[in-house]
Design a protein around this ligand. Structure first.
Ligand code: G3P
Ligand code: CA
Length: 229
């Protein structure tokens, strides 16, 4: 079962920072997931639109200039990284899951990621785009049919993974709270891979593996690896 470091190795370093990414790489994770917001022409790693939970700033992302956001402390002296910095840091070490939180310009994002991948030696196949915004995923897929996408859900829909199949997703990534055997079976029947977030309990990891789940998103990927040995 593939292990993604969730928001980087976020149990060991401030989430969505270069330190969390470096820590995950040092521990040889299979992949790294992080959250992305667009700020004018730039893309930055941050989970919340409001700055106060993960930085020493207040207000929303869009209320500040990029230069101001970049001066904030995101924990342990880390700054809010740009997507380019994150991709440079990861290089060809592992897979990358770019979760789109607040992104409005998909063509710009795709060009930005393509350019960075070229520059830092990241194969296109290493990138998985995901989002809870399924409209955004549909736009992304129509702009770039070869893009790998993961459709996120925090629910167990009546028709299970049908929405992800309709989006031509490679993965359906679902909340551990609502994943059961039937959900995994349905995804598999549709030819989808199943990812589950956020999983840090050893019992859950072992159970999900036994159900044939393909990937898990873990705040502490090192403990997850130990639990699955
Ligand atoms: O991509 C899986 C997971 O990260 C989605 O939830 O809130 O942690 O971004 P969240
Ligand atoms: Ca995320």
């Amino acid at each position: 079962m593939f292990i993604y470091a969730h928001r980087g190795a976020s149990a060991l370093a401030p989430e969505n920072t270069l330190l969390a990414i470096q820590t995950a790489i040092e521990h040889k994770v299979d992949g790294i997931e992080f959250d992305v917001y667009q700020h004018q022409q730039e893309f930055i790693l941050i989970h919340d639109r409001w700055l106060h939970r993960t930085t020493n700033g207040i207000g929303s992302i869009e209320s500040m200039l990029l230069e101001q956001i970049r001066l904030l402390d995101a924990g342990k002296g880390q700054h809010v990284p740009t997507l380019r910095e994150a991709l440079e840091c990861i290089g060809d070490h592992c897979q990358v899951n770019i979760e789109l939180k607040g992104v409005s310009n998909i063509p710009n994002l795709l060009k930005y990621v393509d350019d960075a991948c070229l520059q830092y030696g990241i194969p296109e196949a290493a990138i998985l785009f995901s989002s809870f915004d399924h409209h955004l995923l549909r736009t992304l897929k129509s702009c770039k049919p070869s893009a790998r996408i993961g459709a996120l859900t925090a629910s167990k829909p009546l028709d299970y993974a049908a929405f992800a199949q309709a989006l031509e997703a490679e993965f359906i990534n679902a909340d551990v709270t609502f994943v059961d055997k039937n959900f995994v079976f349905d995804a598999k029947q549709r030819g989808l891979k199943m990812g589950v977030y956020t999983v840090d309990q050893p019992e859950d990891l072992v159970k999900l593996k036994s159900w044939g789940v393909d990937a898990v998103f873990c705040n502490n990927p090192m403990n997850a690896r130990l639990a699955l040995k």
